[in-house]
Ligand binder design. Structure first.
Ligand code: 5GP
Length: 208
């Protein structure tokens, strides 16, 4: 592995290729109408996935919406105890969140599933927004709209470890790669991308 603290460096090309490989089954099975990127790590993966989904499906206008959630990053006004324990909203879909989601196949996209707390929070809060929207619709339409509204998850990496939260049973779940419980260094966190890529190549060479 990369060094003593068990970091694993991931390159832009690694991520692009994992998404390229994962997308055909996502397009065929879940067929997303909307990508909900969890920022900041989900932004780049969602954008890349849209390229492949547009190629595969007829949804040329496939939209990406963004939500901001923070578990590890200190955000202003956050106490030390909250960091790493609680999921904090830093950005949401806006007052009409439920309206954007209702009746659609919504794929939540993030870079990594670690403890699963972030995904659990995102999914349960987005579902609440759907219920708020459904309550505004005529009762006769509600059940059909609820049934037509689907949530799925895509993460580039899933860490093989016990999770601290679960997703509702049957939630379509896709991952680019299952990885050991290491700290992943993503390319968008690097200030020297050439140095990052060089070290990533060395990590791989040392494994082979
Ligand atoms: P979870 O809620 O699943 O514990 O964590 C999700 C968030 O924690 C991710 O969206 C990411 O921001 C951060 N995170 C967890 N593990 C890693 C990692 O190995 N590398 C990096 N860069 N971020 C991580």
């Amino acid at each position: 592995m990369a060094d003593e603290v068990q970091h694993w460096r991931v390159t832009y090309n690694d991520i692009h290729n994992l998404i390229r490989k994962a997308t055909p089954s996502i397009g065929a099975e879940f067929n997303p109408d909307l990508l909900v990127a969890i920022g900041g790590g989900g932004f780049f993966p969602a954008r890349v996935m849209r390229t492949f989904l547009r190629e595969q499906t007829d949804k040329k206008a496939l939209q990406i919406q963004a939500i901001g959630l923070s578990l590890y990053e200190p955000v202003e006004g956050t106490s030390a105890e909250q960091i790493g324990n609680e999921v904090i909203r830093t950005q949401w879909l806006g007052p009409d969140s439920g309206k954007l989601l209702v009746g659609k196949h919504n794929l939540i996209v993030d870079e990594v599933d670690d403890t699963r707390k972030t995904l659990h929070y995102a999914l349960s809060e987005l579902k609440k927004d759907v219920e708020v929207e459904l309550a505004k619709r005529p009762e006769s339409e509600r059940e059909a709209l609820r049934a037509a509204t689907k949530f799925g998850v895509f993460v580039v990496h899933n860490k093989k470890k016990p999770k601290l939260a679960e997703l509702p049973e049957g939630t379509p779940y896709y991952t680019g790669e299952e990885v050991d419980d290491l700290w992943l260094d993503y390319p968008w966190e690097a200030t020297d991308i050439e140095g990052h890529d060089k070290l990533a190549a060395q990590d791989r060479a040392s494994l082979s």
